[in-house]
Ligand binder design. Structure first.
Ligand code: HEC
Ligand code: HEC
Length: 271
């Protein structure tokens, strides 16, 4: 056997090994660039060429993939950081008060005892109330009760309602640990103030206002434990999906049902 014969198409070993290598490469390309990207939700809604470019790591602006991608961020409402929100005008608060007294406050505290399924709104941040109302209106956040109530409201109404509720003092805690005769759960307090880095849970207090605040994160103190636990379960299951960049879903998915219960009680006991 000499050198020329080895690299000859007449040599079956050569033909088969080169042919086999090419076949494996083609199959690998089809799997990696076509089949896997089409099965992955990350490339959902893109055409074949955009998927191939996306899988190869080409910036989406180069192949125009951006335009055909359905918004991956589930909520289009970007809320200004609270520091930038100027004080609401008195007439806006007044208009909000009129709408709220007639349509909202019987369920949302302020007048009478609210049902445990409805959040207290007095003293809530204005950006939160406005964003949640927008999300009910657009269907980003689902609720049989709230969507029907808020559907006919104008943009100005939403701002006025937010300004009104934000101007009220916060209500008392709905339950107090001393009344229940128990210390605040140490595990809940640790998750709230320190989080759990190993599970990628940031401290709740870093977003929800006790230590620091991220735009659109509600004040949690004083809500009923029933409401808080229901929202956390809804985030964990993905039934509630209006949080920008999945900030809350990523946290809630990591929590055990016991942690959800104990944190709900922890915040219900906080004013
Ligand atoms: C029949 C009772 C009822 C009435 C009336 C009502 N709501 Fe609600 N509201 C609820 C319930 C229940 C929820 C929680 C729904 C959910 O799970 O998403 C809610 C949620 C909300 C939230 C979300 C708060 C948060 O922290 O996420 C806002 C804001 C709100 N309502 C504002 C209003 C306004 C403004 C009105 C009047 C125009 C109103 N509601 C009238 C029952 C009511
Ligand atoms: C990275 C910031 C961040 C962290 C950390 C975080 N949250 Fe949230 N949370 C948010 C934002 C933002 C929202 C509002 C989502 C929306 O509706 O747009 C929210 C909403 C909620 C709600 C729904 C409240 C309501 O009135 O609708 C609950 C309950 C909640 N978070 C509990 C927790 C708990 C408990 C922890 C800690 C284990 C936690 N969050 C950690 C950002 C955060």
């Amino acid at each position: 056997m000499n050198e020329e014969r080895v690299f000859s198409l007449r040599n079956p070993w050569f033909t088969w090994s080169v042919g086999g290598t090419i076949a494996i490469a083609i199959v690998a390309i089809l799997i990696g660039f076509v089949w896997l990207p089409s099965a992955s939700t990350a490339f959902g809604g893109l055409d074949l060429w955009a998927r191939i470019c996306g899988a190869a790591g080409v910036p989406s602006s180069w192949y125009g993939g951006d335009k055909s991608v359905p918004a991956t961020v589930p909520s289009e409402v970007v809320v200004l950081p609270p520091q930038r929100v100027t004080h609401a005008a008195a007439d806006s608060i007044g208009r909000g008060a009129t709408i709220a007294t007639q349509n909202c406050s019987m369920c949302h505290g302020v007048s009478g005892t609210p049902p445990v399924t409805a959040p207290a709104l007095a003293g809530q941040y204005a950006d939160v109330i406005y964003k949640e109302l927008r999300d009910y209106q657009s269907g980003q956040r689902l609720s049989a009760v709230m969507q029907a109530i808020i559907a006919p409201r104008s943009e100005q109404d939403l701002h006025d309602l937010a300004a009104y509720y934000a101007s009220l003092p916060r209500a008392e805690a709905t339950s107090s640990t001393s009344r229940a005769g128990a210390e605040p759960d140490a595990n809940a307090a640790r998750l709230a103030m320190q989080g759990d880095p190993e599970r990628n849970i940031a401290p709740c207090a870093a977003c929800h206002g006790q230590l620091d605040r991220k735009g659109a994160a509600p004040w949690l103190g004083g809500q009923s434990a029933v409401y808080l636990a229901a929202q956390l379960h809804a985030f964990a299951a993905g039934d509630r999906h209006n949080d920008i960049n999945e900030q809350m879903r990523n946290v809630a998915r990591q929590m055990t049902p016991e942690e959800i219960e104990s944190l709900a009680k922890y915040y219900a006991a906080m004013p």
